[in-house]
Every structure is written in structure tokens, then in C-alpha cells.
Unconditional design. Structure first.
Length: 140
């Protein structure tokens, strides 16, 4: 942590955190054959938020932990997500995902879509603008 005052979790960061938690679930499953326990996923979310100087309350971490457990098994149709060594290559500094990879951009897109289908509150989605704000969604 940099010592800065933590800022609130915004929509793009929420999608990044969900993607990180899904990847953590998949790595754990590839190594042990089991999914992470809920308390371990919530703690992983807390550590991610702390390392990124982001305020993320317990309820939000629990919500994203639940979503990661819903999403992660869907990725097992791809053999790549069963190989912990391959997935480790998608990590930068152990806590950031390499969105330069098409695989990680695809995972992020799925996480964004999942968040859009399950708005945090009020029946509207604050996540929708992220798709337009991501540089890799622009035509090349």
C-alpha cells in the first residue's frame, strides 16, 4: 500500500477484482482439485484491495467472492484454465492480471458481463461504461 487514502471501489476496479478472484479460484482448483473456501476468497479480495489502495467493504468482498464461485467453473471447458503454470503466466507481481493477454481480456469481458447482469443495487448497472473505457475494446 502506498500510504494514500484508499479510494472507493469503482466499476472498472470491481470488474478487475472479480476477474482476479475468478483467476484465484481457477489456480486453486488446478493445484488442489478444490475451490477456495469463501473466507479465503474474501481475504484474497481484502488483500487485493489493500495492495491497490482501494476501500472495499466486507459485504462487497463477500458478494464478489460469491460471484467468483459462480463464474470460475464455467472456465473449465477450456483446458488452459486447468493448468496452474499457464495461469501463473497471466499474473504480474502476483496481484495484477496481464490484460495484454487476449485470454485475460476475454475473462475480463465475461466478468464485466456478469456484473452487468447483477447490478449492485437499485436495478441499474454502473458497470456498463467500463466496456467503452477499456483500450482493448477499441478497433485496432
Amino acid at each position: 500500500m502506498t500510504g494514500d487514502t484508499p479510494r472507493n471501489l469503482d466499476a472498472p476496479e470491481r470488474a478487475d477484482l472479480l476477474c482476479f478472484l475468478v483467476m484465484a479460484q481457477l489456480v486453486a482448483h488446478a493445484i488442489t482439485g478444490d475451490w477456495l473456501r469463501t473466507d479465503h476468497v474474501i481475504e484474497s479480495a481484502r488483500m487485493w484491495a489493500a495492495s491497490n489502495s482501494i476501500a472495499c467493504d466486507w459485504l462487497e468482498r463477500a458478494r464478489l467472492a460469491r460471484m467468483s464461485s459462480e463464474l470460475a467453473p464455467r472456465f473449465l471447458i477450456f483446458p488452459w484454465f486447468m493448468d496452474a503454470a499457464q495461469m501463473a503466466k497471466m499474473m504480474i507481481d502476483g496481484s495484477r492480471l496481464d490484460y495484454g493477454s487476449p485470454i485475460m481480456r476475454g475473462m475480463l469481458d465475461i466478468c464485466v458481463e456478469h456484473l452487468m447482469q447483477r447490478p449492485a443495487s437499485g436495478g441499474h448497472s454502473e458497470t456498463e461504461p467500463i466496456i467503452r473505457s477499456r483500450p482493448w475494446t477499441q478497433p485496432m
